[in-house]
Design a protein around this ligand. Structure first.
Ligand SMILES: N[C@@H](CCC(=O)N[C@@H](CS)C(=O)NCC(=O)O)C(=O)O
Length: 205
């Protein structure tokens, strides 16, 4: 039996889960939903997959379902070096996971979705009004990562953890939303380090 990822392949939140699965030597079944056509908002999806109407959802071999990408990272990283053993180090990994969801993903993934998937010409007035503020906050999040990565090769000390996987997912595609990563040389070197990890798989596989 194999776990199943309910996903929309271009989503960074879904890619995080494919990436940690690859890095820890697992294969996942994949079930695609077209989020642009509301396929995660149907009564059947809300009832059977995720009452919150979103992907990713990781379905275990026995049918239990786990929404929230970073919860899936935690689950799949158990027993691997990507989830360190000591409580202080674990807490610092969590610090980055919460940062990713509150400060990074809403300001980088959302503009990317608007510009690369919805299309600049199709944005609502509200989306158009929110975009400059999101871009500014996205740059602030990238600068915080840049500063951290001047001190250590990985976000938490000297080994890669799920903090790096969570933040890699949308950082490496931030140029899709117009973020110029040439401004962040330490981030660029870190992206290259992630891409050299044994088992690494790109987003498009
Ligand atoms: N906090 C959630 C965010 C999930 C999320 O925003 N999913 C988006 C795609 S990346 C989605 O399903 N959008 C479709 C919709 O809201 O209808 C996670 O990290 O998994």
């Amino acid at each position: 039996m194999t776990m199943t990822l309910h996903e929309f392949a271009p989503s960074g939140n879904c890619y995080k889960i494919r990436l940690i699965a690859a890095l820890t030597g697992r294969t996942l079944n994949r079930r695609h939903y077209d989020i642009l056509n509301g396929e995660t908002r149907t009564p059947a999806f809300l009832r059977e997959i995720n009452a919150n109407g979103r992907i990713p959802v990781l379905e275990l071999e026995d049918g239990r379902k786990l929404p929230e990408s970073n919860a899936a990272l935690f689950y799949l990283a158990q027993g691997s070096p990507y989830w360190p053993a000591d409580a202080w180090t674990q807490a610092r990994v969590l610090q980055w996971l919460f940062f990713e969801q509150y400060s990074h993903e809403p300001n980088i993934a959302t503009p990317r979705f608007w510009l690369a998937h919805v299309g600049a010409d199709n944005l609502s007035d509200l989306q158009r009004a929110l975009l400059p503020g999101k871009m500014a906050q996205g740059h602030a999040a990238l600068q915080l990562m840049e500063d951290a990565l001047t001190a250590t090769p990985w976000l938490v000390d000297s080994i890669p953890t799920i903090a790096d996987i969570a933040l890699y997912a949308y950082t490496h595609v931030a140029p899709d939303a117009g973020f110029d990563l040439d401004r962040y040389p330490h981030i660029q070197a870190w992206l290259a380090r992630v891409e050299r990890l044994p088992g690494y798989q790109p987003m498009t596989v």
